[in-house]
Ligand binder design. Sequence first.
Ligand SMILES: Nc1ncnc2c1ncn2[C@@H]1O[C@H](COP(=O)(O)OP(=O)(O)OP(=O)(O)O)[C@@H](O)[C@H]1O
Ligand SMILES: [Mg+2]
Length: 425
Amino acid sequence: MVEDIFEEEMNRRRIFKDTSILSPHYVPDELPHREAEIRNITRSIAPVLRNEKPSNLFIYGKTGTGKTCAVKYVMRKLKEFAGNQEKNPKGTVVKTVYMNCKVRDTKYKVLLKILEDEKLNDSELENTPLLDRPHKSLKGMDPGDLYDRLFNVVDSNKINLIVVLDEIDMIKKGFDDLIYILTRINDELKHGTVSIIGLTNDMKALRRMDPRSRSTLCQEERVFKPYNAVQLKTILQQRIEQGFQEDVVESSVTALIAAFAAQDGDARYALKLLSKSGEIARDESAPNVLNEHVEKAKEAVESDIIIEAISSLPEHQQLVIYSIASLTSEGGMYKRLSGLGGGDLFTGEVYEAYERYCNLLERKARTIRQFSEYLNELEMLGLITMRISGKGTRGTTRFIRLGYSPDEIRSILRKTLGLELRSPS
Ligand SMILES: Nc1ncnc2c1ncn2[C@@H]1O[C@H](COP(=O)(O)OP(=O)(O)OP(=O)(O)O)[C@@H](O)[C@H]1O
Ligand SMILES: [Mg+2]
């Protein structure tokens, strides 16, 4: 009996060789189709190795185009080079601090992260920011003091510091001030330099920026283009070779995944599909990964994406989409009036349903105006589509249609909103 369950378990493992290769955080040794971008970034930052300040660099491109992994790749190579005595005989000190601004979303948090990072608190360095802080934190310290500490650690150790601000559009507070500080510090430093690499997939981020910050940050700019199907195939192939057992993934599978992901040119989506397809094949104890597993994986991945999108909405937007989902399940007024159906809802009936759910949860319903804003935002996220009604009995109203299965959306939100306990249905 015991033998059997282990045998089954071991068979299940046969699809993958090494699942860590498929993790979103894994940075491969080679990044196919990003050679030119990598060379470009390398060229931009290479002056640090001569103790010169490189230009600040701003990189944008759609999601999954390899911005984060390309920059991490170059940082890794830079560290290797700088740490090699033969290649860097003068021992020029180069440090990079990487952070994701989704988490460090204010000027203060960014500065704190730089100063608390282990790279600037290396035991080889003198005068490190945390030296006199036994609890290893600078939290609560005045921003001016943080600046002084940054100045001291860079100047006294002659550090050439590169700060990588990933998803830089997420910084909510003090953005312009931060860019200003990190740039102007170079005017005061006698030794060492500080430069910035900013990354974003939000094409509008640039336009929202103060022109001064913009010109400082974008001394150099790079755009990462979406991958096409052929490129995605190479990227997938590399992970298949390293992460899967030999010959378990059919070549038609690679082509199918690449074709799906090429719609947005998104390598992350391609890799998600690949690993999910493998998991499904493994769980079915199938000997190979087949197209049918990809089809199933696509559904599962898309549903994960929707769940994430909906779960991270603010509460009132969740209430709006919940109202839309409920009405869609019921068929809506349009169906009842015209007998035509088709899943279109009137704005008015959605607002009424929204008010009812607000009452149920003892929340104050927002105004129609705000409600319209919520609809626009939900449309931008692709969760609903809207169209203006033609001339009709009800004047100009908007028809709303849900982009996804109403039952799925309701089941996700019933729990989050706490409607499980209150709603009779
Ligand atoms: N050229 C490539 N070769 C191998 N893997 C790649 C390549 N480009 C991207 N990837 C992989 O695809 C995934 C997404 O890449 P990455 O995180 O760098 O995208 P991004 O441009 O930073 O996206 P976002 O804007 O959403 O942050 C990662 O797992 C990464 O390792
Ligand atoms: Mg990224």
